[in-house]
Design a binder for this molecule. Structure first.
Ligand SMILES: [Zn+2]
Ligand SMILES: [Zn+2]
Length: 260
């Protein structure tokens, strides 16, 4: 499989997965117009996309549904997420509802959707597997979680390409003047977001994992910095010289990276 990040930060998230027989988006946290423009960077139109896999209802993962929800794509969600999204959208979309904690097949993909601890109705992480198509045999997407439970560690151990949240630097969050104390407590809580240190504790702690490529993603624009995460990458690189580590800049997306 080929995997591309269209964009990822606390402001918007979407990934593009291309296997031998499927083209799918993981989350659509940008406007429909912007997602269409981003796809054009990869010579794709929205009509060539087969499905969307949603992790949870927060708008930085789902806002694109407003415009893309009726383009005939298969939209995969669990029941609780579908309920809250259709309340928000004011209409029921033709959801493809899965049960969290079960693996299922879609075209040539095997999809595993598993629970992650976050303050949403029923948030999930994903592992996608596919033979053929070249590139990665498995891709994992794990953002928006307060900590990494053992189950999630087991799920991500065998993936070749992993998107992992590195949301905030603890000191930058502490010193941030935009967020009230209550929001900071929410971010830091067991159902909040993963700090840089927590993310790298996981990466350092699994020396036998199958990873070839890691994307550090969902960085906070205010409470994290690319160079801070890159410094942590340099240290990990010494332990895992074969591993490709990419920090996703929260101020850019596929469109801006193209013109930059
Ligand atoms: Zn969220
Ligand atoms: Zn998010």
């Amino acid at each position: 499989m080929r995997f591309e990040i269209l964009g990822s930060s606390s402001a918007g998230n979407s990934g593009l997965l291309i296997s031998g027989e499927s083209k799918v988006l993981v989350d659509v946290g940008f406007s429909g117009k912007r997602i269409r423009e981003m796809l054009r960077v990869f010579d794709l139109g929205i009509e060539s996309i087969d499905g969307i896999f949603l992790t949870h209802e927060h708008s930085d993962h789902s806002v694109g549904l407003k415009a893309l929800g009726e383009s005939g794509l298969d939209i995969f969600v669990n029941e609780a997420t579908a309920c809250v999204l259709q309340d928000k959208l004011g209409k029921r979309l033709p959801w493809k509802v899965f049960e969290t904690g079960t693996a299922f097949s879609y075209r040539d993909l095997v999809v595993d959707a598993f629970s992650i601890p976050h303050d949403a109705q029923d948030p999930v992480g994903y592992v996608f597997k596919s033979e053929g198509g070249g590139g990665f045999a498995s891709v994992g997407w794990v953002t928006d979680l307060g900590y990494v439970p053992q189950l999630v560690r087991e799920k991500i151990r065998d993936v070749e390409c992993l998107v992992l949240e590195a949301n905030h630097d603890l000191e930058l969050l502490e010193n941030d003047t935009k967020r009230p104390w209550s929001i900071k407590q929410r971010i830091l809580g067991r159902h909040g977001h993963l700090s840089n240190e927590a993310a790298f504790e996981v990466l350092r702690g699994m020396p036998d994992a199958a990873w070839k490529q890691i994307f550090l993603a969902h960085l906070s624009r205010d409470c994290n910095r690319v160079d801070v995460v890159q410094n942590l990458c340099h240290a990990l690189q010494k332990q895992r010289p074969q591993l490709n580590l990419t920090v996703v800049n929260p101020h850019f997306d596929a469109l801006q990276a193209l013109v930059a």
